[in-house]
Design a protein around this ligand. Structure first.
Ligand code: NAP
Length: 259
């Protein structure tokens, strides 16, 4: 059994979807968890689920696009729970918020996507490192995507940001390998969340197919994954048992990528 008893974890984008499943699973394994996102109601709901099960959770409303969001978030988590030992960089913006071919791509959307999906994980990683290195124990888990390895049509910013996130994962993993800190990525395939619903709607319209037809054909196993299919890998990577695993990028994708 994985035991994360009293470890302090921060999961970004944990009000819904994959982040919510991960934070609930970390809390079940014993971690004291901080949740963050912009939507207060979703945070309150997820915090309530964890507390009802006897866990310790705090919700911090923050827009990670805001200039001083990272230091403010660090301060809040530190004040309420103590130094972060497990950081899960999960908050992200999807390819389907404004899908376009490169020739017509919106520059502002490029900047937003690169900032939230790549620069924020870089800044948060940098911010948690001093205490992790001092303790000689830390876990950084980046929620990338299979689009960190293969393209997403009309989603150049998303694809580039997730490829970049794997570059961050591998470089940082190497730098801190001797310090008790591991850095890994999870690469989900299509997961049943609000973000992926939008992508299916776009593809259904573009390809003249129904939502259900697209959804069923998304993975060799069939259909989409659920957020709970992703969470156990994050819990495992956070555990002591995973101490020799670093710099990896694990596909959890129903067989979309077979390497
Ligand atoms: P989701 O349901 O849209 O959830 C995204 C989370 O990020 C929400 O809690 C959202 O909360 C938060 N977020 C978005 N913008 C934010 C901002 N500016 N500041 C703070 N928080 C923000 O998406 P998901 O599908 O669970 O995706 C989670 C991660 O998995 C993303 O990194 C995504 O790229 C990755 N992923 C998803 C899939 C998939 O098929 N779903 C596949 C591969 C990878 P607020 O809107 O309340 O801020």
């Amino acid at each position: 059994m994985t035991n994360l008893k009293n470890r302090v974890a921060l999961v970004t984008g944990s009000g819904r979807g994959i982040g919510r499943a991960i934070v609930i699973a970390l809390a079940k394994a014993g971690a004291r968890v901080a949740l963050t996102a912009r939507t207060a109601g979703e945070l309150e709901e997820a915090v309530g689920v964890i507390r009802a099960a006897g866990g310790t959770a705090v919700g911090i409303v923050a827009d990670l696009m805001a200039k001083d969001a990272v230091p403010a978030l660090m301060r809040d988590v530190n004040d309420q729970l103590g130094p972060i030992e497990i950081l899960v960089n999960n908050a992200g913006i999807g390819s389907s918020s404004d899908p376009k071919p490169v020739a017509n791509f919106n520059d502002e959307f490029w900047e937003t996507t690169l900032y939230l999906n790549l620069t924020v994980p870089y800044k948060l990683s940098k911010a948690v490192l001093p205490t992790m290195l001092a303790k000689k124990w830390g876990r950084i888990i980046n929620v990338a995507s299979i689009n960190g390895k293969i393209p997403s049509l009309h989603g150049v910013a998303y694809t580039a940001s997730k490829h970049g996130l794997l570059g961050l994962t591998r470089t940082l993993a190497l730098e801190v390998a001797k310090e008790g800190v591991t850095v890994n990525a999870i690469c989900p395939g299509p997961v049943h969340t609000a973000m992926n619903d939008k992508r299916i709607e776009y593809d259904a319209q573009r390809r003249g197919m129904s939502f259900a037809e697209i959804e069923q054909a998304m993975t060799p196993i069939g259909g989409r994954l659920e957020p709970d299919d992703i969470a156990p890998m994050a819990v495992f990577l956070a555990a002591d048992e995973a101490r020799m695993i670093t710099g990896q990028a694990y596909n959890i994708c129903g067989g979309v990528l077979l390497y």
